[in-house]
Design a protein around this ligand. Structure first.
Ligand code: BES
Ligand code: MN
Ligand code: ZN
Length: 499
C-alpha cells in the first residue's frame, strides 16, 4: 500500500473517507460540501441505521453532485473519546471496507474535531499506521486467486491541514509497522519453510538495520550446558538455534540493556507426548513469541530508539522420532538445575529455561521480558482478548500493563506465589516440567521464575492472542504480531533517553 500525506482537497476520483461524530454530527469536510451533495449524503444517512457510533460505516456509491465514486462515512463516536486508538479505528475500519471493494484509490479526510484530545496531525499519522496494519496480507502461496478476490486498493492519501507534521509523526510509526508486518510474515509461514535455521537466517537480515546478530548452533549450546533447550530439539532433523540480537542505541554504550526473550518452537507436534491431529497445524505459530522479539528489535533499530536492547530467541522444532526425548527423561539446564520431563509437550518452558538463564547471566539486563505461546490454559482463563502477564516485580508489571493498553494489546496480570511450587515437585529431579491441570498457566510461570535469578522479570503468555480468528480494525485474521507494538511502546515510554 502506498501511503502519502497531503493538504485537504476534494478528490476527483476514487473513494473519499469522512468521519462522522455520534448523533450524525458531520465533520468539517462534510459541512464544507455544497448544499446538493451534502443533502444527498445526509439523506443516505437518514435512510440508514448509521449514527456515527464508533466502528459503524456507511458506503454511499456514486453520490450526487460529487466526482468521487464513493463516500465512505466512518463513525468516530463521541469527540471527547477520540484518541490514538480511535484514529486507528478510523483508518483501519476504512481499509476493511475498501481493500477489496474494487476501488483503487482512497483519500482519508482528517478534520479538526472540537473536544477531541488528539490533534489532527496525530490523528492523521495514526490513521496512516492503521492503513498499513490493516492492509497486511499473506498471499504468497495463492497461485490461482481470481481477480475479484484480490485486493484492489493500491494508494491511500491521508489529507490533513498540517500534513507535514502528520508525515513527521508517521515516520517512526511506519518503522514500528515494519516490525509488526515482518513478525506477521514469520508467524504465517508454514513450518516446512520456517524452521530453526531459516528463522535464524531471517533474524540475520536485521543486520541491515544496524542490529548485531549472533547465532549459536547446537554445538555451542552444548558447550554452554543448555540441556533443557537441546532436549526439546533432539527429535528433530533440524539443528536447534539460539539467536542473540543487540541494538545499542543509547548514548551510554555500557548502560545495562533491556532484554526480550522469545519462545521459538517452529513446530510443536508435542513430541512423544504427541498432540491430537485436529488443529495441530496451528502449532506452526508456536514461534510467535520469537517473532515478536525479532519484530520488536526491527522496530527499535528502524526508528533508531535511544536504548540498549537485547533480543534472545530459542529456536527448536518439537518432533517425535527415534532420537526424541522421552517422558521421564531428566535433563540438566544451563543453570545447573535438573528437570524431569513428564510431558514432552510442555516444551516451551524448557526452551525458555535456558534462554532466560543465558540472557540474565551474559547481559545482566535491567529487566527481562519473555513472550511465549506457552499454555492452552491461558486461553481457558482469558480467551483471545487479553494476554496473560506474570511478573516478579510490581513496577515492571505496571509499566507493561500501561504500555499495552494504548496500543490495543491488553494484558491481565495473574498471581504467582510459592504455594504453587509444590505442584512442580519431582521424585527424581529438582523439578518436573508440568504441574497438573489446575492453574496450568501459573505453574508454567513458576517454572520459568526459577531461571531468572534476581533479574526483574515478566512473562507474557500470548497463546490466546498471537493468532486471530477474525479481523479487527488494525489486523486481518491470522498472525497478529502481538507484543511488537507493546514492547516498542514500553521502551519509548519508560526506557528511552530523551532526544
Ligand atoms: N504450544 C503449546 C501451547 C498452546 C496451546 C499454544 C494452544 C497455542 C494454542 C504448549 O507447548 C503446550 O503444548 N502446552 C501444554 C502444556 C501441558 C502439557 C502442561 C498445554 O497447554 O496443553
Ligand atoms: Mn507443547
Ligand atoms: Zn509449544
Amino acid at each position: 500500500m502506498k501511503i502519502s500525506f497531503a493538504k485537504p482537497s476534494l478528490p476527483a476520483e476514487g473513494a473519499v473517507v469522512v468521519g462522522m461524530l455520534e448523533g450524525r454530527v458531520p465533520t468539517a469536510t462534510l459541512a464544507r460540501l455544497d448544499t446538493e451533495s451534502r443533502g444527498a449524503i445526509m439523506r443516505a444517512v437518514a435512510a440508514s441505521r448509521f449514527e456515527g457510533k464508533k466502528d459503524q460505516t456507511l458506503m454511499i456509491l456514486a453520490p450526487a453532485g460529487l466526482e468521487v465514486t464513493r463516500v465512505l462515512l466512518v463513525g468516530l463516536g463521541k469527540a471527547e473519546a477520540i484518541d490514538a486508538q480511535g484514529a486507528q479505528a478510523f483508518g483501519g475500519t476504512a481499509m476493511g471496507q475498501l481493500l477489496s471493494s474494487g476501488e483503487g484509490h482512497a483519500a482519508l479526510a482528517v478534520d479538526a474535531i472540537d473536544g477531541s484530545p488528539l490533534a489532527p496531525a496525530a490523528f492523521a499519522a495514526n490513521a496512516g499506521l492503521a492503513v498499513r496494519l490493516r492492509s497486511y496480507r499473506f498471499d504468497k502461496y495463492f497461485t490461482k486467486e481470481k481477480k475479484e478476490d484480490k485486493p484492489s486498493l493500491k494508494k491511500v492519501v491521508v489529507m490533513a491541514e498540517d500534513h507535514a507534521e502528520a508525515k513527521r509523526l508517521f515516520g517512526p510509526m511506519d518503522r514500528v509497522a515494519d516490525g509488526v508486518l515482518f513478525a506477521r510474515d514469520l508467524v504465517s509461514e508454514p513450518a516446512n519453510v520456517i524452521h530453526p535455521e531459516s528463522l535464524a537466517e531471517q533474524a540475520k537480515t536485521l543486520a541491515e538495520a544496524g542490529v548485531d546478530v549472533e547465532v549459536l548452533g547446537e554445538k555451542q549450546m552444548r558447550k554452554l550446558g543448555m540441556g533443557a533447550l537441546l532436549g526439546v530439539g533432539q527429535g528433530s532433523e533440524r539443528d536447534s538455534q539460539l539467536v542473540v540480537m543487540r541494538w545499542m542505541g543509547a548514548e551510554d554504550q555500557d548502560a545495562a540493556p533491556v532484554a526480550f526473550v522469545g519462545k521459538g518452537v517452529t513446530f510443536d507436534s508435542g513430541g512423544i507426548s504427541i498432540k491430537p491431529a485436529g488443529g495441530m497445524e496451528e502449532m506452526k505459530w508456536d514461534m510467535a513469541g520469537a517473532a515478536a522479539v525479532i519484530g520488536t528489535m526491527m522496530a527499535l533499530a528502524g526508528r533508531k530508539a535511544r536504548v540498549n536492547a537485547v533480543g534472545v530467541v530459542g529456536l527448536v522444532e518439537n518432533m517425535p522420532s527415534g532420537t526424541a526425548q522421552r517422558p521421564g527423561d531428566v535433563v540438566t539446564s544451563m543453570s545447573g538445575q535438573t528437570i524431569e520431563v513428564i510431558n514432552t509437550d510442555a516444551e516451551g518452558r524448557l526452551v525458555l529455561a535456558d534462554a532466560l538463564h543465558y540472557t540474565a547471566e551474559r547481559f545482566k539486563p535491567k529487566l527481562m521480558i519473555d513472550l511465549a505461546t506457552l499454555t492452552g490454559a491461558i486461553l481457558i482463563s482469558l480467551g483471545n482478548e487479553y494476554a496473560g502477564l506474570f511478573a516478579n516485580n510490581d513496577e515492571l508489571a505496571d509499566r507493561i500493563l500501561a504500555a499495552g493498553k494504548p496500543v490495543g494489546e491488553p494484558l491481565w496480570r495473574l498471581p504467582m506465589g510459592e504455594a504453587y511450587d509444590k505442584q512442580l515437585k519431582s521424585d527424581i529431579a529438582d523439578m518436573k516440567n508440568v504441574g497438573g491441570r489446575e492453574g496450568g498457566s501459573i505453574t508454567a510461570a513458576q517454572f520459568l521464575k526459577r531461571f531468572v535469578g534476581e533479574t526483574p522479570w515478566a512473562h507474557l503468555d500470548i497463546a490466546g492472542t498471537a493468532w486471530a480468528k477474525k479481523d479487527t480494525a488494525t489486523c486481518p485474521k491470522g498472525a497478529t504480531a502481538f507484543g511488537v507494538r507493546l514492547l516498542d511502546r514500553f521502551v519509548a515510554e519508560f526506557y528511552e533517553e530523551k532526544a
